[in-house]
Design a protein around this ligand. Structure first.
Ligand code: NI
Length: 453
């Protein structure tokens, strides 16, 4: 329900009970947490935490307090750390003239170089601003023109400043201080900011909301910030959760991280990830491993499988691709009715289709699906795997009878108006020459070698 967009969970105060802190967050409906680092070492710590817990992400950056020893080579270190898939922003960065732990000129240089890094990497930034409004406005204005997306974390400026940043498409973010007794001015500002421009955060371990003020803060207390905001805007907390989470998902592109990949380009073709389920369990398949192709994770639970319309939306114009391939780490004919519907759309829109299958689709669906190929499937690529049924059975961990089933599938498909290709993976134990001869001479179809990773 909630997303805590700012919690420094690497802080020493969580050293002993981080497991429980994360558990309490989940129990209090905080589904995602973003950990903004403050320097290189805390970025590394934050990444370790994010690797351990689901729904925890990282912003990497150098906090203004830590910029004293700024050296432009730090940018390269940050750029490297930002390659981690759980790093989703640059932060927390900015200016702090209240404490002035680092000289102003150095703070500005570090801030600007990190903003440039964010633009290069196309990442949003998490901004810390304290008593530096004039310089902050000038710098943000300059970079906004280049496409910068900023979250003004723990906002405590003026209404005019908030409105100005919103006009540049940035987001303001409120923390536990909107619950504090003497903070009517901040509640008054929060009330006037449209909900689609607001994110919420705890800023743990600081800024504990009432009634925890003065004690260690933690993500589980985020609902107290949401409750205050709900009262100010006269809406339910559920609505605050829904809107602020949607804002955060959009801002940090979290949607793309949690949603399984439906379609992915590879070469000139577009591949369709229909399912991760398979009736076989091939020794050379990483379906149950990380299932990554070209940096796209194709992992997909059954509950994440979507109807044809969602695929069609993502395909767009199929003529942009050499072909649309039903593939992925699973057997697409398990979802034959969905494949059929997508294929109909692709053909009607002038595209070409290919079905990559293990040839067990007729057993799986309990009828001859090749009867439905006409007008839907242009090419069917069937995994031969081996010409020897004993080896076939061992490689796929299936009974030997499936070898005959696959051969029959080739034969019935051949009689339809489709191009039939037999493929093998160049796996060390497989006799490729024999497989090619078998495909071309015995069955009279084309042959393709697939590379084994
Ligand atoms: Ni912070």
């Amino acid at each position: 329900m909630y997303i805590d967009t700012h919690a420094h969970l690497f802080d020493k105060q969580y050293e002993l009970d981080l497991d429980e802190v994360i558990l309490r967050a989940k129990q209090n409906k905080v589904d995602e947490i973003i950990i903004p680092a403050t320097d290189i070492s805390t970025t590394e710590q934050a990444i370790k935490i994010a690797e351990k817990y689901e729904g925890v992400f990282v912003a990497c950056g150098i906090h203004p307090h830590e910029t004293k020893a700024w050296d432009s080579s730090i940018i390269m270190e940050l750029e490297n750390l930002a390659k981690h898939p759980k790093v989703i922003a640059i932060g927390e960065i900015g200016l702090d003239y209240h404490y002035d732990f680092s000289p102003k000129e150095i703070q500005i240089k570090a801030f600007q170089e990190q903003l440039e890094l964010a633009l290069t990497l196309d990442l949003p930034v998490i901004v810390h601003n304290r008593e530096s409004d004039a310089d902050m406005k000038e710098i943000i204005t300059k970079y906004s023109a280049l496409g910068l997306k900023a979250q003004f974390h723990c906002f405590n400026g003026s209404l005019e400043d908030a409105q100005y940043y919103i006009s540049l498409n940035h987001i303001v973010s409120f923390t536990g201080n909107i619950t504090f007794k003497k903070f009517d001015f901040l509640r008054d500002i929060a009330k006037q900011i449209p909900l689609n421009k607001i994110m919420i955060e705890t800023d743990s371990p600081y800024m504990s909301p009432i009634p925890h003020r003065g004690k260690r803060n933690e993500p589980a207390y985020l609902s107290l910030v949401a409750e205050t905001l709900a009262q100010l805007h006269s809406v339910s907390v559920e609505e605050i959760a829904e809107i602020t989470s949607a804002n955060a998902r959009e801002f940090f592109s979290l949607r793309n991280i949690n949603k399984p990949i439906l379609v992915y380009p590879l070469g000139e073709a577009l591949y369709i990830n229909v399912t991760n389920r398979c009736n076989a369990d091939c020794v050379f398949c990483s379906r149950k491993g990380d299932a990554v192709i070209n940096g796209f994770s194709l992992r997909m639970n059954k509950s994440q499988e979507l109807p044809a319309l969602d695929y069609i939306k993502e395909i767009g114009d199929p003529k942009k691709y050499s072909e649309v391939v039903f593939c992925g780490y699973g057997e697409p004919t398990i979802r034959w009715s969905v494949v059929k519907e997508i294929a109909e759309y692709v053909k009607a829109s002038g595209g070409k289709t290919r079905l990559n299958t293990n040839g067990h689709g007729n057993v799986i669906n309990k009828f001859d699906i090749t009867e439905e190929f006409n007008g839907r499937i242009d090419v069917v690529s069937i995994s031969l795997n081996s010409t020897d049924k004993e080896q076939y059975s061992k490689l796929m961990k299936l009974p030997e009878a499936y070898f005959e089933e696959m051969i029959n599938f080739v034969k019935v498909a051949k009689m339809k108006n489709v191009e039939v290709v037999l493929s093998v993976v160049d796996y060390p134990e497989i006799n490729i020459k024999l497989a090619e001869r078998f495909a071309r001479n015995v069955l009279g179809v084309s042959f393709r070698l697939r590379s084994y990773f």
